[in-house]
Design a protein around this ligand. Sequence first.
Ligand SMILES: [Fe+2]
Length: 532
Amino acid sequence: MGKARRNRSQASGLDRRSVLKGLATLGAAPALSACGEAGRQLSGPAPQVDADVAVSFIHGVASGDPWDDSVVLWTRITPAEDTDEIPVAWEIARDEAMTDIVGSGVFVTDAGRDYTVKVVATQLEPWTRYWYRFRCGEVVSMLGRTKTAPRAELALDQLRFAFSSCAWYSMGYFNAYRGIAERDDLDVVFTLGDYIYEYGGDELLSTPFALGRYMAPGHEIVSLQDYRTRHALYKTDPDLQAAHAAHPWICTWDDHESTNNSYADGADNHTEGEEGSWTERKRTAMQVYFEWLPVREEYNPNTHPDAFLYRRLQYGDLVEFFVLESRLEGRSVQAENAEEAADPQRYMISPQQEQWLIGGMRESTARWKVVAQQTMMSQLFIAPGVPYGYDAWDGYVAQRNRLFEAFAEIDDVVVITGDIHTSFCNELTVDPRDMAYQPGVSGSVGVEFVCPSISSQGLPLVVVNVLQLYNRHMRQAVGDLEIGHGYVVMTATPQRCEAAYRYMVSVRTPLKLELPGPVWGVNSGEKTLTRS
Ligand SMILES: [Fe+2]
C-alpha cells in the first residue's frame, strides 16, 4: 500500500477504457494518446461534449487525495432518462474566473458507475489553489476549489485542516459542514467515517418528522441501488455540497458506510441470507463508496487486490497522514468480554496494515505523524476498569498495545478519531490506572483528539462528566446537549499541533451559528496535552 503513495507513473486509477472510448467519440484519441496517461490531459479549454439526453449536475462537485502534483476531481451527472454513455468535460484553472486553464479532458460515464465522474488532474503545481468544473453541452456544474499538497522536501511552517465524522441525515442539519465550507483557512478536510448511515428513516433517535429530512430510500440500504440512492441523497445536501466544493477531502469509512458494527466477515446489522451474503453486501458498499467519494481508485479493494483504502499522504516536512481502514479488511468479530478482547490473535486492522503503519511511522521524514482513523484508540471506562464496549480499540487490546509500544519510540504522534459523537482529548497510555502514568506529566506515548459528530446523537453531557472520573487520561470531554455537534480545526506548526473544537448552536434547525470550544495541543517533542 505504502508504495502506491508515490508511484506517480501509474495511470492514476482512471477508467482508461472509458476515457479512450470518450476521446474516440470526440475524434480526439489519436492526437491525445501521444501525450501518455491515456491522453486525458488536454491544454486549453475543455472540449465541447454533448449528451443525447437532457442532463443536470445536482450532486455537486468534490476533490480529494491531494498529492503535490495531482488531485482527484469528482462529480455526478444526472440524465433525464437512462442512457448508454455520457461524455463529461472537465477543466481545472489557477483562477476562480476559470481563465487560466491548466488541465482539461473528457470522462465518459455510464449507468455501470451510476453516472459518477472521477478523474485525476495531473501536472499541477505543489501547494497551490485551483478551481475546477465540469460541463456537458451547455450545462455546467458548480465551481469547486481545491489545493495540492506541498512537496515532501518543503520546510512547511503551517498546515491547517478540519476533521469530522458521523453525519446522520435524518437526525439533523449538516450545519457543521457549512462551517467547514465557509472557512478560508483550511488546506484539507477529513471525514473519519459514518459519512452516510445505512438505516431507514424510522429508527429510534432519528427525527425526520420534525426536520423534514427523510432518508432515501426509506428502508435500510442493502442492494446496489439502495447504496447509490443513499449516497445520492447525501450529495443533494447543500451544506455537504458546499464543504466538498470549498476544499479537497481525504476520506475514510467507518462501519455505517457498509452497516453497523461491521467487521471483515460480517456485521451486527447484517442478517446473512435474509439480506443476501455479507461478501456481496460488503463489495457493493465499497463499490458505491468509490463511485461517490473523491478517493483515488488505486485504493479500491474491489479493483486493486493489494489495496484497502488505507494510505499515506504527506504535507512537506511537517505532517504525514496515515489514513487507516479498520472495518472491512482485517477486523475480527467484536469481543464478548475482556478476556477475548485481550487475545493477541484478534485484529482491528489487518496484520499487514499494522506492519505498514508502524513501519511507515518509523521511517516517516515528517515531524508530525498523524494517524487518521475511526474508533477511539484510548480506553473508555464506564466504571472503574469496565470498558464502554468492544467495538472500539478497547476490544482489540493486544494490537493497541503493540501500536503503543511503537508510538513510545516515535516522536510527535497524533491520532485523530471519529465514531463516538463526543469530543475527547486523550493521552494515549497502555493502562491509565497505572500510577506510572501521570496525566499531563509522564507515561503517555502520544495524544488523541476525538471529534464531535456532524449531526448524530452523542453521549449525554452528564454521562460524559461522570466518565471523566474513571478516565484519568481524558484531559477534556464535551458531551452532547444539543451543542456538541461540530468539527475540529487542527493547526500544525513545527512547534505545536493544536486542536480547536468548534460547535454549532443547533442541528435541529438550519441555524448556522457556530461557537468556539476548547483548544488543546501537544508541543513537539512532548507526549502530553496542554490547554491553549
Ligand atoms: Fe457514527
